[in-house]
Structures are given as structure tokens and as C-alpha cells.
Write a protein that binds this ligand. Structure first.
Ligand code: ADP
Ligand code: MG
Length: 290
């Protein structure tokens, strides 16, 4: 129902990132609310342009209840690329974590299940997300979690892909992406990297802070890269249930060939806990209030 950008009225800024600015907007005609992501380009930023075109292409293709919906893509007059997206009222898991400190296991189980179902859908479309982290997992008014931000994603084509460079956030990056040589060749397509990132996210949701850096410590990126590649395997605290610990172990297997796949993990007991509610009920609220 949105024919042009002029149908939209900007209400407020809801996010800033590498990519650009995200606004809360309203359709003047229907008064429906959307999120508008605006990507700006410097004159010579051909590579960024290419990645933005890729993001647009992916957004046009995907249609899943586990992925933030894109309703329209516009080329603005100033050369910006604009995505009109479903508005996720409660912001990101990053925002939620900064308010709530951490989550009970049942909520994390629901988050993991939804992200895995989203990844199952995306990987089935040959799309590697490449940047799974709390600020890219968004929550709507009902409490549903969906995957967003295809700003570094890629569509896997053909049999050979050059290993991608450090484009995602390094903190959530798998050992094989940080150091492809040591880890016995790059994961040819990158699907296993999304599983690793999910493992870091669920661990973070449980302990309440990014797990590879102590609370309040300043990140030392080189040390962090070393810890991901050469450090001890990340272990869940003893207070977590055995299923949860086993789930995280499967996600954070350093050797990507041995790591759990999305299909395997969808069958894992940790993500198949019953909430009692219907699957359409906002599970975050359900799990927190029942
Ligand atoms: P970037 O590439 O800059 O990281 P994102 O797509 O991740 O761009 O958006 C940046 C932030 O804007 C998100 O972390 C989130 O807080 C907010 N945001 C993005 N899309 C939406 C949306 N559809 N609804 C609500 N908030 C959003
Ligand atoms: Mg983002």
C-alpha cells in the first residue's frame, strides 16, 4: 500500500548503525507504522553499494514469520536506498538485555527456536546471514523475535565462494571466519558461522553480558580474536540445565565440520521445551509472566 516515499512521515529515529539510519515512520494515508532503514552512500563507495544492493535483493526475496518483513524498497533521489520494514516495537534483543540484564532459560529456549527456524528458512534459500547478534534480533509488540539486518549477508551461488572478510561483528564471528587457515579451510558457504553466532547470543542472554569479555572490561579486539580461535572452549555456567549446556556446546564447537547444524539443533531438547502457549503467542511475555 506504499507507493512512494512521500507517503511516509518520519516520526523519530530508532536506530543508527554502520549501514545508515532507521526511522519510525507513518503512512499518511493508512496511518500504519513502519520502520524505514535509509542507507546513504559516499560517491565512490561502490563496494558498499554492491552490498546494499545485495541486502535489497535478499529483503525482496524473504518471506517468513521468523524474519523481519520488508514491504518495499525505494531508490531515493539523493542516491539513498530505503527499505520500508515491519515495525518491531520493542526494539532489539540488545535493548531488552540492557534493561532486563539476563533471561530465564525458557525465554532463551524460545529465542533459540525462533532464530533457528529463521536460519532454517534463510539457509534453505541459500542465504547466509553473517551477522547474528543481539542488536539484529528484533522483538515486536507481541513479543515475537525475528531476524533482521542483511547488511553483510550473502547469497551462496555456485560451488566456490571466496572466504568473506571480517565484515560481520567480530565478537560473534566463528573461529573459521576469524582464522580460516588454521581451521582447515574456510567453511565454503558460511552456514556454520550463523550457528556459532547463535551460540554466543544464547550464552550472552544467560550470563547477561558478552561472554568472552568480563563484565565492565574494555574489549581488546586482538585478544578477543585469539580467544575465539585458540582459547578454551566456552562453557556454560554450572547453573544452567544439562540440555542448555549441551545445546551451547553443539553451537560453539570450534571445528565447524563437527558443529551442530541448524536441522540437528532444531531437534535438540533445549529448543523443544513446551511453553504451554500457542506458537503465535508472544513467547517472551508468555515465558516471563506464566
Ligand atoms: P545496521 O546495519 O545499521 O546495524 P539494522 O538493520 O541492524 O542496521 O538496524 C539498526 C537498529 O535499528 C537495530 O539494532 C534496531 O535497534 C533498529 N531497527 C532496525 N530495524 C528495525 C525495525 N524493523 N523495527 C524496529 N527497530 C528496528
Ligand atoms: Mg544491525
Amino acid at each position: 500500500d506504499i507507493e512512494s516515499l512521500s507517503d511516509l512521515e518520519k516520526l523519530s529515529v530508532i536506530g543508527h548503525g554502520n549501514g545508515g539510519t532507521v526511522y519510525k515512520v507513518r503512512n499518511r494515508k493508512s496511518s500504519s507504522v513502519y520502520a524505514l532503514k535509509v542507507l546513504r552512500f559516499d560517491q565512490n563507495a561502490a563496494i558498499i553499494r554492491h552490498q546494499a544492493a545485495c541486502e535489497a535483493e535478499i529483503l525482496k526475496r524473504v518471506d517468513s514469520q521468523f524474519v523481519v518483513k520488508c514491504h518495499a524498497v525505494f531508490d531515493a533521489i539523493g542516491g539513498e536506498l530505503c527499505f520500508v520494514m515491519e515495525y518491531m516495537e520493542r526494539g532489539s534483543l540488545y535493548d531488552e538485555l540492557s534493561v532486563r540484564i539476563n533471561f530465564p532459560e525458557d525465554v532463551i529456549s524460545g529465542v533459540a527456536q525462533r532464530v533457528l527456524r529463521g536460519l532454517h528458512y534463510l539457509h534453505g534459500m541459500q542465504i547466509v546471514h553473517g551477522d547474528i547478534k543481539p542488536s539484529n534480533l528484533l522483538i515486536n509488540g507481541k513479543g515475537d523475535v525475528k531476524i533482521a539486518d542483511f547488511g553483510v549477508s550473502k547469497i551462496v551461488v555456485g560451488t566456490h565462494n571466496a572466504c568473506d572478510t571480517c565484515m560481520g561483528t567480530c565478537a560473534y564471528m566463528s573461529p573459521e571466519r576469524v582464522d580460516p587457515e588454521r581451521w582447515n579451510g574456510c567453511d565454503a558457504d558460511g552456514f556454520a558461522g550463523d550457528v556459532w553466532s547463535l551460540g554466543v547470543v544464547v550464552l550472552e542472554c544467560f550470563v547477561g553480558h558478552y561472554p568472552l569479555i568480563g563484565l565492565g572490561e574494555k574489549p581488546d579486539w586482538a585478544a578477543l580474536m585469539c580467544a575465539i580461535c585458540f582459547g578454551e572452549r566456552l562453557e556454560m555456567p554450572e547453573t544452567a540445565s544439562p540440555e542448555f549446556r549441551s545445546f551451547v556446546r553443539r553451537c560453539l564447537e570450534k571445528e565447524w565440520r563437527k558443529r551442530g547444524t541448524v536441522d540437528e539443533l532444531l531437534g535438540h531438547p533445549f529448543v523443544n521445551r513446551s511453553f504451554g502457549g500457542s506458537s503465535n503467542e508472544g513467547f517472551i511475555d508468555f515465558a516471563l509472566h506464566h
